[in-house]
Design a protein around this ligand. Structure first.
Ligand code: AMP
Length: 421
């Protein structure tokens, strides 16, 4: 036997029956974005490496450690996208969208790639759905986006997901806070891990991302960024809180939540689940405002807000909640004699054309084995066709969940199935 080749570590195959959960989530996602008037945007999975270095930030774990970067045959440095915001901003600028419309609201869904240490809910290819809104500077945009995510969670039965918000301040307030934080961290340097000691000068906000319990204990005493906000950022943050209250969306303010990317300004938020199936990976999504990014990447000065949700984690939660059942066929057609196989196949095809979910066993075989397959398929009814049924034009619909057979005319099967739904 030839040697087997395994899939790449950290990159999952998504197969039946779990795929039913994915379909349910994706369908709910599309319906929710439709209701909110967002347009889908599809960008390639590969981008110029510089795009992520300049936007996500060189000192972040995502760019510094986790990117899948390679050279193409022409020697260009390309990367598999580790996130979706930068590619959408790139497309927004490249297609001069700002010149065509003052307000643009997009969503995307697709795989992202990060070379991370794997555990439950943390993979190297994972799926995100994201939303980005360009052109609105006020907190109503954050409120709409948060409302959208909350409505999506509820529509798939995940009403227990919590919201945490924070404000990271503006360009003018951030340097002041960073100096204050640096001064604090320098005083506590001896209590920090080696990596965080380096971060003090390079990028002190990233210390908040550290999972080390010693560092986390130090951070409990760190100055809060919310105390350092200037008047405008403060008013924006208060405005968002008023709007969330008006929408009846509960939230907590977490001044230590800074998100793992450099481009956020003012609002940052995260969606969290306390469900044990996620292990320590409790964040199901997050986002924030990034008013400087479009300009920094060469576009016009455009305020923007966005979020991304992890579909793998949402699917784990949905599977644990057990609400999604795979949709079996309405009817399984079994063939009693080989001689009627073609006529039976024509019946199957006709019903499928009429919009019914119908299955049969293309291998043929004994009636017993076909009926076994019918049971396993989860079909509502089975229909056995032999020469007797085809000659008389009538047959029996057998409810596979138990109950009496129903006599039907073969030319009226569509009506019978429609009423049995
Ligand atoms: P981030 O922007 O990094 O906070 O990612 C947003 C969401 O994507 C997270 O809250 C997770 O639900 C999901 N996510 C991020 N990284 C991974 C990963 N390696 N595996 C699975 N899901 C992830």
């Amino acid at each position: 036997m030839s040697q087997k080749i395994a899939g790449v570590k950290g990159m999952n195959d998504l197969l039946a029956p779990d795929i039913a959960v994915w379909h349910a989530l994706e369908a709910a996602t599309r319906r929710t974005f439709e209701r909110f008037g967002y347009e889908e945007a599809r960008t390639p999975v590969v981008e110029d490496t510089a795009l992520f270095v300049r936007s996500v930030g060189e000192a972040t774990d995502i760019v510094g450690k986790e990117m899948y970067t390679f050279e193409d045959k022409a020697g260009r440095s390309l990367s598999l996208r580790p996130e979706g915001t930068a590619p959408l901003v790139r497309a927004y600028i490249e297609h001069a969208v700002a010149q065509k419309e003052p307000l643009t609201r997009w969503w995307y869904l697709g795989p992202m790639f990060r070379y991370e240490r794997m555990k439950t809910g943390r993979y190297r290819q994972f799926w995100q759905v994201g939303a980005e809104a360009y052109g609105a500077a006020g907190p109503a945009q954050e409120a709409e986006l948060i409302d959208l995510a909350m409505q999506l969670f509820r529509s798939v039965g995940l009403g227990a997901i919590r919201l945490e918000i924070n404000s990271l301040g503006d360009a003018d307030t951030r340097p002041r806070y960073l100096e204050e934080l640096r001064a604090f961290l320098r005083r506590r340097k001896g209590d920090l891990c080696a990596e965080c000691q380096e971060r003090i000068e390079k990028n002190p906000l990233r210390v908040f991302d550290c999972k080390n319990p010693g560092c986390q204990a130090v951070l409990k005493e760190a100055p809060a960024i919310t105390d350092a906000l200037g008047p405008e950022a403060k008013e924006h943050f208060a405005g968002l809180q008023r709007k969330l209250a008006a929408l009846d969306i509960p939230f907590t303010v977490n001044p230590r939540m800074v998100r793992g990317l450099d481009y956020y300004t003012r609002t940052a938020f995260e969606f969290l689940s306390d469900d044990a199936v996620l292990g320590t990976a409790s964040a199901v999504g997050g986002g924030g405002r990034y008013d400087r990014l479009v300009k920094e990447l060469g576009g016009p000065d455009t305020p923007a807000v966005g979020w991304a949700l992890g579909l793998d984690r949402l699917c784990l939660l949905m599977r644990a909640a057990g609400e999604v059942k795979p949709l079996g066929p309405e009817l399984f057609v079994a063939v009693a004699e080989e001689g009627v196989a073609d006529a039976a196949l024509a019946v199957v095809s006709r019903l499928r054309k009429a919009g019914h979910r119908v299955d049969f066993d293309p291998r043929g075989g004994s009636l017993k084995s076909q009926m076994k397959r019918a049971d396993r398929s989860g079909a509502t009814f089975a229909l056995v066709l032999g020469s007797k049924e085809l000659t008389s034009g009538s047959a029996e619909l057998k409810p596979l969940g138990g109950g009496d057979p129903i006599s039907v005319r073969l030319d009226a099967l569509e009506t019978a199935l429609a009423s049995g739904r």
